[in-house]
Design a protein around this ligand. Structure first.
Ligand SMILES: NC(=O)c1ccc[n+]([C@@H]2O[C@H](COP(=O)([O-])OP(=O)(O)OC[C@H]3O[C@@H](n4cnc5c(N)ncnc54)[C@H](O)[C@@H]3O)[C@@H](O)[C@H]2O)c1
Length: 393
């Protein structure tokens, strides 16, 4: 396979930009020329570009002009304008989750806890439409950076669904941990919500993807979500919460627990949990119950490697696994976290699409279905779990 040079740049220079960069260093099919990065905080930008010998662009426009593929690794509130500006110049965009959302009315007194969810749903659907329309007019593609779709265990289950022609009866999944590190996460005006969107989008994407795969394998067309009942809770901001210091507690106006019951057009369903209330590291798993097999994908943690130390000082300089509070005692080590979580595989797939036009698994339709389902979920949660139909774009 010939190697084509593609110019690449990063919008954002924080956590996601770093793991995107690491994945690019290990691409096989395509050798991207990384031109540089842009983020508004010059100091943090230089900390990212300096050690990697990248150019620090002065503006997002300069970045777009100097790249073929743009990695959108910025807070969710900025995804839509960056994606549309890039697509207008026929660039491909690799956009991080969540695809888009509702980020308030711009007023200082906007409060994520109390705004009317129906309005949020309406404006979110409008945002999705603008992004999809921009893609339709562009030579560029939206590549939705949902790493769960590319996690090896999910890819294997896809093969099993296709070859066994299984009917998925119900799905059970979760993404939880002790709280996001991002400073902007926790304020609805930047994140577009809390656990339901920030974490729940991952297992929900995998569930929606599996139903797409099932539908295509048996009927030639994807099965899509039709309705949702959801509940959200705010636990770490309860006056009675007893803070032992292990969970992040600095959320301003988002939920820290969410439960989604998603019903598909064929009457089957998925139950998804997401929270900031789980100790012991990232808890990412999805279980698929079908009429001919049952699969559990343990994305994180898994037992590929386990280690024990009586004193965590021995592992002071050793990376073990994401977000565990201690390295002492037994740990489930991730020997190659980017591989198990799908970061490596998603970049390989996206660059094969960009360079050779190969089909895209995690595309704008999946991104749109996920966000439309979640914002219908916020309306349901406002109504204490009443079922709300999902509007598909
Ligand atoms: N797939 C995953 O597992 C995963 C994990 C973490 C974060 N994310 C996603 O990645 C995105 C970024 O999150 P993060 O954790 O890196 O946050 P972060 O706070 O660490 O970094 C955000 C970066 O964006 C920059 N930025 C802010 N506004 C900008 C703008 N208008 N233009 C360009 N740059 C801008 C900031 O200066 C910062 O460099 C979010 O959408 C988040 O949900 C995904």
């Amino acid at each position: 396979m010939s190697k084509k040079v593609i110019r690449t740049a990063f919008a954002g220079s924080g956590y996601a930009a770093k793991f995107h960069y690491e994945a690019l260093m290990r691409l096989h099919s395509v050798k991207p020329e990384i031109t540089g990065a842009f983020s508004p905080d010059a100091e943090r930008l230089n900390l990212f570009t300096g050690p990697r010998n990248l150019k620090a662009f002065k503006s997002i426009e300069e970045l777009i002009d100097n790249s073929d593929v743009i990695h959108v690794c910025t807070p969710p509130s900025t995804h839509e304008p960056i994606v549309i500006a890039a697509l207008e110049k026929d660039r491909h965009v690799i956009v991080e989750k969540p695809f888009t959302g509702y980020f308030g009315d711009g007023n200082d007194d906007f409060c994520g806890d109390t705004f009317p969810r129906e309005e949020g749903l309406k404006l979110t659907l409008a945002s999705i439409k603008r992004m999809i329309n921009a893609e339709k007019k562009s030579k560029g593609r939206i590549m939705y950076a949902e790493n769960w779709v590319y996690a090896p265990s999910v890819i294997k289950e896809k093969e099993m669904l296709e070859k066994s022609k299984a009917q998925i009866l119900w799905i059970h999944g979760e993404e939880s941990h002790s709280g996001s590190h991002s400073l902007t996460y926790g304020q609805w005006k930047f994140s577009g919500g809390g656990s339901m969107i920030g974490k729940g989008c991952h297992p929900l994407s995998a569930a929606l993807y599996f139903k797409q795969v099932e539908g295509k394998a048996r009927e030639g067309k994807p099965l899509r979500p039709s309705a949702i009942s959801a509940r959200t809770h705010v636990i770490t901001r309860m006056p009675g919460y007893l803070n032992e210091g292990h969970l992040r507690t600095t959320y301003k106006d988002i939920e820290d627990f969410a439960q989604m019951h998603v019903i598909f057009e064929d009457g089957t369903f998925a139950d998804i949990f997401a929270s900031e209330l789980v100790l012991g590291g990232v808890h990412n798993w999805i279980e698929v119950n079908t009429n001919n097999h049952r699969t559990v994908c343990n994305i994180n943690p898994n037992n590929a490697m386990q280690t024990y130390t009586p004193d965590e000082r021995h592992f002071r300089d050793v990376y073990i696994v994401e977000k565990t509070e201690t390295k002492q005692g037994w740990s489930s080590v991730s020997p190659d976290e980017g591989w198990f979580t799908g970061y490596q595989h998603e970049m390989e797939a996206f660059y094969r699409t960009a360079a050779f036009g190969e089909p895209l698994e995690s595309d704008s339709r999946l991104a749109a279905d996920v966000i439309a389902t979640i914002y219908a979920g916020y309306l349901s949660a406002e109504r204490k779990g009443t079922e709300v139909p999902v509007t598909l774009i």
